[in-house]
Ligand binder design. Sequence first.
Ligand code: ATP
Length: 253
Amino acid sequence: MLHLDHLVKKFGGLTATDDVTLDFPAGSLSAIIGPNGAGKTTLFNQITGHLVPTSGRIMFDGENISGLKPAAIVRKGIGRAFQVASIFPSMTVEEALATAVSAHNRTAFQLHSAFPPLNVRHQTEELLALLGMEPVARSLSGEISHGDQKLLDVGLALALNPKVLLLDEPAAGMGPEERWQMMDTVKHLWKSRNMTLIFIEHDIDLVFKTAEIIHVLRYGAVLASGKAHEIRGNPEVIKAYLGSETDTVKDAV
Ligand SMILES: Nc1ncnc2c1ncn2[C@@H]1O[C@H](COP(=O)(O)OP(=O)(O)OP(=O)(O)O)[C@@H](O)[C@H]1O
């Protein structure tokens, strides 16, 4: 499905992605972890076309997509949640999702029409249910909690019906309980949409409990890949994290 083949990204003298070869099979749920500056976001930015790799290939469904523009990559089916919910503060959650669904369907409809096309309405309701956002459907996007805004960001990405969804720290900035709820929702939507999902997360407890497979980056290179129990016991990973300032990782590993 998605395969990174000897990917390299250099910023001047800094190698932010160092010969990364990774496979994300169809329907898998993977996490990318690593100390600050390990190159996690740089990797996402190359997959989504926001950065052009220095060398190597990004293969998606058998096609080399490296170097394509972000919009073309979205159209191919790779979506990413951006922090955009706050851009629509005066739209309700429902309207924001309907607008995204509509844009995807290329169905023009009057935003405030009482009768948007049925398929848009159905898809919007489905998204609200999937994300557990019915209680805030009529709330203004600018007035919902930080956690709900992050969920709405995920919903806006889902509205484009991606085959692969990338989430960059979906639970960042949330309280402990909200973080777990967010990861439960992520897992639930991954299962129900049968999609390929890749997320970056700093909280190793969340990663171990959520991801099927974990890829650890350090200095831009893949340090280890495996299931939670394999990563947890990997001496190289422990060493890498003990050398970082990420306390949550120290505690958990
Ligand atoms: N546009 C850029 N220009 C120059 N250097 C960059 C650029 N983007 C990232 N870097 C550098 O590349 C390295 C990897 O950064 P990146 O943001 O990908 O790491 P990360 O693992 O996502 O970090 P964090 O966990 O702190 O978000 C860092 O040293 C960073 O300073």
